[in-house]
Ligand binder design. Structure first.
Ligand code: C2E
Ligand code: CA
Ligand code: CA
Ligand code: CA
Length: 263
């Protein structure tokens, strides 16, 4: 479909272009390493969606994921991304885990667990080496359905990760409502650590919470060696951010694994 500059609201046109991009295989996975902060080894990768449109240029995922959700494209987009990430990752050395972002509304969809499992299996990647990051775009309305979906996936070894902890809907209430295996501390708190003692206290408290619950904490948005050092001093387990590696196309990952080793 041609672009529709006549439309007052750009998002219907964006939804059409997104549907076409999805059909053409133009939504691609990028892989960002998650490091074991003590050993420096690669423990896993977060898969992030990337789309460069011929006319619009690069479209940020925060924007097109929202469009996909409202246009009913999130299930096919997620399935495509899982296959497109698992297929190359199958050949890479090591026991790293692949983490996918899933919106909470999607977790309560009774069809989502089968979609996830089938997409991973079709691509030939071990399902026990995947994880789901529950993002914070929306509240869970059907807690029982979300719990059933989480239980079914966890029974196969899929790790359930609470994304962007401390912001929006990613709260203590959610931590209590679902069986999380990991907490991802939002990058805003990592940046806040350097600014004030309050920031350090918050990060330290979340790491302590993880320890009390017996789940590891992953710090996001680690950009400087000073931040990494402060996180290690506070006992943080894992880190992710530009200091350790930007999101990479699949072709770039084998070299990173050779340079960094794996956990
Ligand atoms: P997120 O899940 O919190 O992902 C982390 C975001 O932080 C990514 O932005 C990543 O590129 C960025 N980032 C990584 N390291 C650093 C750093 O050191 N400093 C800073 N400032 N940023 C860093 P990105 O790729 O633009 O994705 C934005 C959001 O879009 C993601 O936030 C996630 O909520 C959503 N998203 C991305 N891909 C998918 C997807 O496949 N499905 C769903 N449902 N959501 C996705
Ligand atoms: Ca995430
Ligand atoms: Ca996050
Ligand atoms: Ca986020």
């Amino acid at each position: 479909m041609p672009p529709r500059p006549d439309l007052p609201d750009p998002s219907p046109a964006l939804a059409e272009r997104l549907a076409a991009a999805l059909a053409a295989g133009a939504i691609r996975p990028a892989f960002q390493p998650v490091l074991d902060l003590r050993s420096g080894a690669v423990a896993g990768f977060e898969v992030l969606a990337r789309w460069t449109d011929d006319l619009l240029g690069p479209v940020p995922p925060a924007r097109f994921i929202a469009v996909a959700e409202s246009a009913g494209l999130i299930a096919p987009l997620t399935a495509h991304l899982i296959r497109a990430a698992c297929a190359p990752a199958r050949a890479w050395a090591g026991g790293f885990r692949l983490a996918f972002n899933i919106a909470p509304v999607h977790l309560q969809d009774p069809l989502m667990p089968a979609l996830f499992e089938d997409s991973v299996r079709e691509a030939g990647f071990p399902i026990a080496r995947t994880a789901i990051e529950l993002t914070e775009t929306a509240a869970i309305t059907d807690a029982e359905a979300a719990r059933a979906g989480a239980d079914r996936l966890r029974a196969q070894g899929v790790r359930l990760s609470l994304d962007d902890f401390g912001t929006g809907h990613s709260s203590l209430a959610r931590l209590q409502s679902l069986p999380f295996d990991e907490i991802k501390l939002d990058g805003g708190f990592v940046r806040g650590m350097e600014r004030a003692a309050t920031g350090r206290a918050i990060v330290g408290a979340v790491i302590g919470l993880g320890r009390a619950l017996g789940v590891p904490v992953v710090a996001e948005g680690v950009e400087t060696a000073a931040q990494a050092g402060a996180l290690v001093a506070l006992g943080c387990d894992f880190g992710q951010g530009w200091l350790f590696g930007r999101p990479l196309p699949p072709e770039g990952v084998p070299e990173l694994l050779r340079a960094r080793g794996e956990a």
